[in-house]
Each structure stands twice: as C-alpha cells, then as structure tokens.
Write a protein that binds this ligand. Structure first.
Ligand code: HAM
Length: 420
C-alpha cells in the first residue's frame, strides 16, 4: 500500500535508496533547533495536533484556510489538523497568561498539515521550528527573535554567503496603502498581491493591483527605495552590534501571506535564490486579543522554520554529517552456556550508558563478529570461562584490533574510558 501524496516516511540511515528524508536527519535538525532556542532562553511547549476548526478559519486568512485538513469528528465537532502553530500558541497563552512572567519566550517543533499542491519545498506535512516572544512591544524583541533565527541557521554551518533574512514592515506597507487612498476592505487583498509579486507574472500583478486602485510602477518604486522605518533601522543596528548585520537586509518585497501580522515581518531565503523560503515570521500584536475575544491583550511576534527547505539547503551545501548507528559495544556470545552471564554483562554496559547489541538467538561467532561490524560497533566484548571456572571479558577495539582483558564487573568502566 502506498503512502499518501505529500507525506513522508522516515527510515533510519543508511538508506537503501536515495531519499531526501531520514529519521536521523530529522533528529539532527530537531537537536540543533532545540539547542539554539535553549541558548537564547526559550522554553519548549506543545499543543494538540487537532484543534477546533474555528481557531484557524477566522484568524489566519484565506490562503491557509483553503489548505486545511478539516473534518467533522464522531462528536459532531468541526475540527482540523493544525496547519500552523501560532493560533494554538495564542490560545494557550491567553488561557494561562497570568501564570507566566513576561516576556514569554517559548519554542515548539510541531508537525503541521496543509493540503497544498505538492512541489519542491512544499509537502502536505512538515515539521516547523516555532519560536515566539509574547508580552513585549519594543522592537528589541524583534531583534532578539531574528538573532535566534540567524543563530539557529548558523548552528548548521550555514554562513552569510548561504542565507539572508529579508526584513520588512507591515507598518511601512500600511502607510503606503493608506497614503495612496487604499480602502480598508482591500488592505489584506493588497498584501496578498505583494506577497505573490515574485512568483507571479508582472502583467497579472498589475491587473490585480489596478482592480483595487493601485499601479505596479509605484509599488515597485516603493520596494526599490527600501527606506527603512525607524523600527527597522533599530533592528539592523541591534543585529550589527551582535555581529550579525551581514545576515539581514531591508526588503519590502516581503510582506507575508498570513492575515494576522501587524508590524515587522521577515523571511529567510538562501542567497542563491534556489529554494522556497526557509523561514518566515513577524509581529502579530492583535491575534491574542482576537482569539481570547478581547479578554487578553498582549503584543507578540514569532517565526516558523520548516524542515523541508532547510534539509534541501543543507544537502545542497554538503552540510549534513554522515548518519548511522552509533553502537559502543557488541557482546559476542561464543557458546550458549555463557548466554545468561552475557546478558548480565549487556545489562551492566547499558546501565552505564554504553549502547550495546548482542545476538538474540544462537549464532556462529564469525557471524556475530560480522554483525558487529555491520552495525558500526566500535568494540566487541566476549565472556571467556577460565580454567578455574571464573569469567573474564575480552574487549576488542575494532579499529585498532587491540584486545584488553578484565573482570566482568570492570568492563563498563574500562569501555567507558575507551569510548571517551
Ligand atoms: P509560514 O510562512 O506559513 O508561517 O511557514 C513558515 C515556514 O514553514 C516556511 O517558510 C517554510 O519553511 C515552512 N513551510 C510552510 N508550509 C510548508 C509546506 N507545505 N511544506 C514544507 N514546509 C512548509 C507560519 O506558519 C507562521 N505561523 C510562522 C509564525 C510563527 N509566525 C509567527 N510565529
């Protein structure tokens, strides 16, 4: 039976055939994301993968609503798989806001589901690193968040030659929109046209703009001028002070597709422009108020970085390590009358933190040795009964072929030292 289109299987490496995904690569990415978030003082949270449909339909905008995996459950509830994490975070913060000191700095790595047209960099399921700051209106929070985005990408070995954060501002676009006589009802539509500017035919964009009273040349002129707002200039200065200035630039072509953004917005792209956006985010100062029906009013901002484009980019830049099993020891059971004592040895090795394998059923010694090599074990251990009936352990380093002998009780300690 085939898997659903746009979904992935995650096999352990080495993979029998070339596939972009593996369980090891996924784990590697998650570890780096977590480490970067924790280094900047962010705490991990999570929410349910299924939410009431309503959480997503009113707040995120038409684009994402068209991509929902929604259905009616057995209790007649209208529900949906989460297409993004931000509404869930807003709901969670709103309901427990008083229990947490501000600013709240939280991160999550949810699996998200969007019924999108499957294409390069876009699937129907992906994992997304989300980092958000709630309760701080000052642009210092925007800089702190963008610094985390840059640092997390750098932790994979990517440099300023590989990626750039394109910084923009919904405020700047709002001022442009209002100053040219744009009508409030058409504002989100206008943002969506700008959001698609790079991917759409200019003639089509011009036609759409014209319908709501705008023209492409003046939009293009505003983008080309790229005059930073006071806020954006502050963020650039902050990033420069951290030594991260080369990783960001002002670019008003970015506006973000989601409806709830209110201030600074940004997207991370590879410098060569080969891939879709690596990450995107911005301020959403009204979302928590909207979701809590006015009960809680907190400014917020955040970003999401998907695993799909990131992995494509890391592969293309040869920045992924070789994955495989990391086995410390393989216990060879040379004769079945040594099995119970061998199991005791295996248990003591594992208890001391050494990953250990052994044969589940009787097998010839050379077969076991071969298996140890296949699994990438660094050492083999085997119990040997001495003439007086007592046991000793022979530890073999598979790289140097050196063999050490010791008492069974000393084996974990000796092997741990060898592995260190
Ligand atoms: P987004 O731009 O929709 O933002 O998604 C963020 C990132 O998730 C994208 O840049 C991309 O890397 C990845 N992504 C999105 N859709 C797919 C897909 N179908 N397949 C693979 N990767 C995908 C948000 O979701 C916002 N909620 C982010 C945010 C957090 N804003 C504030 N806080």
């Amino acid at each position: 039976m085939e898997r659903l289109p746009g979904f992935r299987d995650f096999y352990p490496e080495p993979l029998p055939q070339a596939e972009p995904w593996s369980a090891d690569a996924r784990q590697y990415i998650f570890k780096k994301w977590r480490a970067a978030a924790e280094l900047s003082g962010f705490r991990e949270y999570d929410g349910p993968p299924l939410e009431p449909l309503e959480l997503f339909t009113t707040k995120s905008g038409t684009e994402i609503v068209g991509q929902l995996y929604n259905f009616t459950d057995k209790g007649d509830r209208q529900i949906s798989l989460r297409p993004e994490m931000t509404p869930t975070l807003a709901r969670m913060v709103a309901s427990r806001e008083r229990s947490y000191k501000k600013p709240i700095k939280w991160f999550a790595i949810p699996q998200l589901f969007r019924y999108e047209r499957q294409q390069r960099g876009r699937l129907r399921e992906h994992f997304q690193f989300n980092a958000d700051i709630v309760g701080e209106a000052d642009a210092a929070a925007d800089s702190e968040l963008i610094a985390l985005l840059i640092n997390s990408l750098r932790s994979f070995g990517l440099t300023e030659a590989d990626f750039v954060i394109r910084l923009s501002s919904r405020n700047a676009w709002h001022d442009f929109f209002v100053s040219r006589g744009g009508l409030p009802d058409a504002e989100y539509e206008f943002y969506q046209i700008i959001d698609k500017l790079e991917r759409e035919e200019p003639a089509k964009t011009a036609e759409k703009l014209q319908k709501i009273g705008f023209d492409l040349p003046s939009v293009q002129e505003f983008i080309d001028r790229g005059e930073p707002t006071v806020e954006l200039a502050g963020v650039m200065g902050d990033l420069q002070a951290r030594g991260l200035g080369a990783y960001a630039k002002i670019d008003y072509q970015v506006i973000r597709g989601l409806a709830y953004y209110t201030g600074i917005v940004f997207e991370a792209f590879d410098r060569k422009g080969e891939f879709r956006a690596i990450a995107g985010g911005g301020r959403y100062n009204n979302l928590i108020k909207l979701i809590s029906a006015g009960k809680v009013d907190l400014p917020a901002l955040g970003f999401g970085m998907g695993d799909v484009v990131l992995l494509e980019l890391l592969k293309a830049r040869a920045l992924l390590p070789a994955f495989g099993q990391n086995l410390g020891a393989f216990c060879i059971i040379e004769s079945e009358d040594l099995r119970l004592d061998s199991l005791s040895l295996v248990q003591s090795l594992r208890e001391s933190g050494i990953s250990t394998e052994y044969t589940l059923v009787p097998a010839k010694s050379d077969k076991q040795f071969k298996r140890a090599q296949e699994l990438g074990a660094t050492h083999t251990l085997r119990l040997v009964r001495k003439d007086g009936g007592s046991l000793e352990v022979r530890i073999k380093n598979l790289a140097t072929r050196e063999e050490t002998t010791c008492e069974p009780a000393a084996a974990p300690c000796i092997l741990r030292a060898a592995l260190a």
